[in-house]
Design a protein around this ligand. Structure first.
Ligand code: CUA
Length: 321
């Protein structure tokens, strides 16, 4: 799945705070490491060489050690200071993460499933609510409040270029607040082991200017268009008379199940199976025929139907832009 997936290239306020804390930690640890190496080489150079026959040097017992004491006290003080700076750095970062201004925020609900992401765009007006999967669009420069829920087991929401990780816990709603300051496509990944296909539980976040975001959201709110071409029409009828509609929804048709990704605009999404394969004709056909071959363990069953029926279904799904 395409998109920037990089903690050290922050594209938003929250990721910037985390990256700054990381660089502070690296700088302090690097200074400590170099100081310890200098001390080690100094000690190795000045130590007298002895062998088995050398008598023990008891004279050091009576020697005053004010120099050594001073060195130890200085080293302990500097270590404490370094740790205090790190402590202060993490408190400041934590406060900064918790106090992102949330005026005019976009609210999005994300539900983690084995192994895909349901993304619901809430709205006070019920007709404006819509749902998509494994893809999230957000406006640049505006805060986004994502509420996180889990449908089955614990998952973890992680878009490294935008923020740290936050768990999705069954029966408990968490929230994560983020803001993208640079337009771009960012890759997200489930960051908590959640079963066989945990590694293939990816998603994309597209951060774009306000107008593009609004256009995308308006297009997503549209019900699916009726197909005009004969093959796609046949696919439409097969979809609604077969088992597809028992799990999937396509707005504007009678399919309204919520077990699996909403397919109203599936053709506009970049991948299938939460980042498993690119969303093209061949993958779509292979996915419908036997998704377990592409993503072993997936909940969707194989469909042993004639090739022309698969063809018709693909033709229909490809119209759902
Ligand atoms: Cu979901 Cu790992």
């Amino acid at each position: 799945m395409k998109g920037l997936h990089e903690v050290l290239q922050p594209a938003g306020a929250q990721a910037q705070h985390i990256a700054s804390l990381w660089w502070l930690t690296v700088a302090i640890c690097a200074v400590v490491f170099v100081a310890i190496l200098i001390g080690l080489f100094y000690a190795l150079r000045r130590a007298p060489r002895a062998d088995a026959s050398t008598p023990p040097d008891m004279a050091s017992m009576d020697r005053p050690e004010s120099g050594t004491r001073r060195t130890v006290v200085t080293a302990v003080t500097l270590s404490i200071l370094g740790l205090l700076v790190l402590l202060a750095g993490s408190v400041v970062t934590d406060r900064a993460l918790a106090t992102l201004p949330l005026a005019n925020a976009v609210h999005i609900e994300v539900v983690g499933h084995q192994w895909w992401w349901q993304v619901n765009y809430d709205d006070p007006e019920p007709s404006r609510i819509f749902s998509t999967a494994n893809e999230m669009h957000i406006p640049v420069g505006r805060p986004v409040v994502v509420s996180l829920e889990a449908g089955d087991v614990i998952h973890s929401f992680w878009v490294p270029s935008l923020h740290g990780k936050k768990d999705l816990i069954p029966g408990h709603t968490n929230t994560i607040e983020l803001r993208a300051d640079k337009a771009g496509t960012y890759r997200g990944q489930c960051a908590e082991f959640c079963g066989l296909q945990h590694a293939f539980m990816a998603f994309t976040v597209v951060a774009e200017d306000d107008e593009s975001f609004r256009k995308w959201a308006d297009a997503q709110r549209q019900p699916a268009a009726e197909p005009s071409e004969a093959k796609a029409k046949r696919g439409h009828d097969l979809f609604l008379s077969g088992t597809c509609m028992m799990c999937h929804a396509i707005q504007g048709t009678t399919a309204s199940a919520r077990m699996a990704p909403d397919l109203t605009h599936i053709a506009s999404r970049p991948t299938l199976g939460a980042g498993t394969v690119p969303n093209d004709r061949a993958s779509l056909a292979a996915w419908i025929r036997d998704p377990g071959k592409l993503k072993p363990g997936v909940q969707m069953p194989a469909h042993h139907v004639p090739d022309d029926e698969i063809d018709a279904l693909v033709a229909y799904l490809e119209t759902l832009k």
